[in-house]
Design a protein around this ligand. Structure first.
Ligand code: 2NL
Length: 368
């Protein structure tokens, strides 16, 4: 039994053996400090934790003084660890300050945003959803039947030529006519799928990417977006087509935007029309963007051709319908006066930043 325990000797050799490690703590680095703390105080295998566990094995008369010695040493270790940790943290902070160059230019903070074409597609889809249309999507690899033949394209139509359409090398589905695979050239095949999936009434809009064998220049891209819409029901007329598309133009552009319809031709509609809105840049007075006409063409449309309805087993005597197709990339260019479609496909941040949501309002207010 030891007499009075001195500050350096506990009288227990196995505890005294830890003292050099206590004295070494002020010299430890951050990692070594952490390892040493675990080695001494760790719950599972710390040296002092083990010593404390041994208290229970001692004869009753030795327990009190041994337990007290362990606890005292533990308190000393804890204080030493805490002091060293504080010291290291202070060193780290002062070093950080010394290394900080306050003359460095601030780092630009990037904030993500929707692409302007995505925003335009969402707006268009929302307007049609607001008047009872649903939204559908479909495959980008299609067969000749869904993409052309079901839509009343004659088998020798120039659009089906390899010069205009990107065909896949894959073998066509077993000897089926129109089974050749291609990248869809419009979203119309999805409307064919919608008509086959459920009987009328059908009111659906279809956004998606489409592909053509075109050169990449200021006004053409081999990949671009399209939105088509289709309404088939009993008693639908050209009046419904005009009323719906004029409503769309008033919501998308402005309530006072003037519109006009001109006759046109598509194999899948009869009669067919093209819709113009007054030029959004000059409001009708004529400018380079509208080639001096005061009008911008925004979409093609028409009454669904009876042959198309027959091709999907919808009775053209009972049902009629109308459809439209427009290009969100084109609409985005018209809305913002963008002269080159490649700007919308190349992802140059210096360009896209200017079209960020709210950027126009910020500029008006004299912000960045
Ligand atoms: C354009 C013209 C149009 C349609 C697409 C359509 C779809 C079916 C039946 C009939 Cl299933 N028509 N779609 C109709 C007229 C025009 O697109 O210039 N698009 C950019």
């Amino acid at each position: 039994m030891p007499a009075t325990p001195s500050p350096v000797s506990t009288g227990y050799p196995e505890l005294d053996a830890l003292r050099p490690r206590l004295q070494a703590i002020p010299t430890l680095g951050a990692d070594a400090l952490e390892a040493e703390e675990i080695a001494i105080l760790g719950r599972k295998s710390g040296a002092l934790t083990a010593a404390l566990k041994r208290v229970a094995e001692l004869p009753i008369e030795e327990r009190k003084s041994y337990g007290a010695a362990v606890n005292r040493l533990k308190a000393e270790f804890e204080a030493a660890f805490a002091a060293r940790r504080e010291e290291l943290e202070a060193e780290r902070k002062s070093q950080e300050h010394a290394e900080r160059d306050l003359t460095m230019p601030a780092r630009h903070r990037w904030v993500g945003a929707e692409h302007p074409v995505t925003r335009v597609v969402d707006e268009i889809v929302d307007i049609f959803r607001g008047i009872g249309f649903t939204v559908a999507v479909g495959p980008e690899v299609e067969t000749e039947w869904f993409n052309f033949l079901a839509l009343n394209f004659p088998a020798d139509h120039p659009a089906m030529d390899m010069h205009d359409t990107l065909y896949l090398d894959a073998a066509p589905a077993e000897g089926e006519p129109g089974g050749r695979l291609l990248l869809r050239t419009h979203t119309s095949p999805v409307q064919i799928r919608a008509l086959l999936a459920a009987p009328p009434p059908v009111r659906v809009v279809i956004p998606g990417m489409v592909y053509r064998n075109d050169a990449f220049d200021a006004s053409h891209s081999p990949a671009f977006s399209q939105i088509e819409g289709l309404a088939v029901d009993e008693g639908i007329s050209f009046v419904d087509l005009k009323a719906t598309l004029i409503h769309f133009a008033h919501r998308f552009f402005s309530p006072s935007t003037k519109t006009r319809f001109r006759p046109s031709f598509f194999p899948f509609t009869e009669p067919s029309a093209e819709m113009d809105v007054e030029c959004q840049l000059c409001h009708g007075s004529g400018c380079p963007a509208c080639k001096g006409t005061g009008w911008m063409e925004i979409l093609g449309c028409g009454m669904v051709h009876p042959t198309v309805l027959e091709n999907v087993s919808v009775d053209p005597e009972k049902y009629t319908g109308w459809a439209f197709g427009m290009g969100p990339h084109r609409i985005t260019m018209l809305r913002y006066g963008i002269p080159d479609i490649r700007l919308l496909l190349e992802g140059d941040m210096r360009f896209l930043e200017q079209l960020r949501e709210g950027a126009r309002a910020q500029r008006r207010e004299g912000g960045q």
